[in-house]
Ligand binder design. Structure first.
Ligand code: SF4
Length: 156
């Protein structure tokens, strides 16, 4: 099972009502690992696809679990590792059906912005995580441009 599949499995168990310690026992791992898995962002390839081909569909905000563009937790301004931040990310990861679109829009709108200019949580990622994701995607595009053989991998 890949890490992405394991993260999906962990989130399904959590949605089914299991507590972290029960999931940890079932998977034979620690509660800390379960917490990390629950917060694993979607594969970068999925995000890259959305960035390269933004969906024309509008109105997806109506289906969101929060009131974007208002931050999930209105007064959240921490460094991404606070209780409020984690609580807000839980809302994105566990309750929001449009998380991938939200993340794609944030990445598209923010572009190469600095971390401190990236606002608060969007698509389940805090500003630091979105900045890291941006750099990963940018590096992947640069590699694809330098190596024609890697283009298929970047588009996958
Ligand atoms: S992913 Fe999070 S921030 Fe984005 S719309 Fe859903 S709940 Fe709101």
């Amino acid at each position: 099972m890949t890490r992405a599949e394991l993260a999906d499995h962990t989130r399904s168990l959590y949605r089914a009502g299991l507590h972290d310690h029960e999931i940890a026992a079932r998977l034979g791992t620690s509660q800390r690992t379960v917490l990390r898995l629950r917060h694993t962002p979607p594969p970068t390839s999925e995000v890259a696809m959305h960035i390269e081909k933004p969906r024309a569909a509008s109105g997806w905000h109506r289906h969101s679990a929060c009131t974007r563009p208002t931050p999930v937790v209105a007064d959240w301004s921490g460094d991404g590792d606070t209780t409020e931040s984690i609580a807000a990310q839980n809302i994105c990861h566990l309750r929001c059906p449009v998380r991938a679109l939200c993340l794609a829009e944030a990445m598209h709108v923010e572009g190469a912005a600095r971390t401190r200019d990236r606002g608060s949580i969007a698509g389940g990622l805090n500003p630091q995580q979105r900045n890291a994701l941006y750099r990963t995607l940018r590096d992947r595009q640069h590699r694809a441009a330098d190596d024609p053989g890697a283009r298929g991998q970047a588009a996958a």
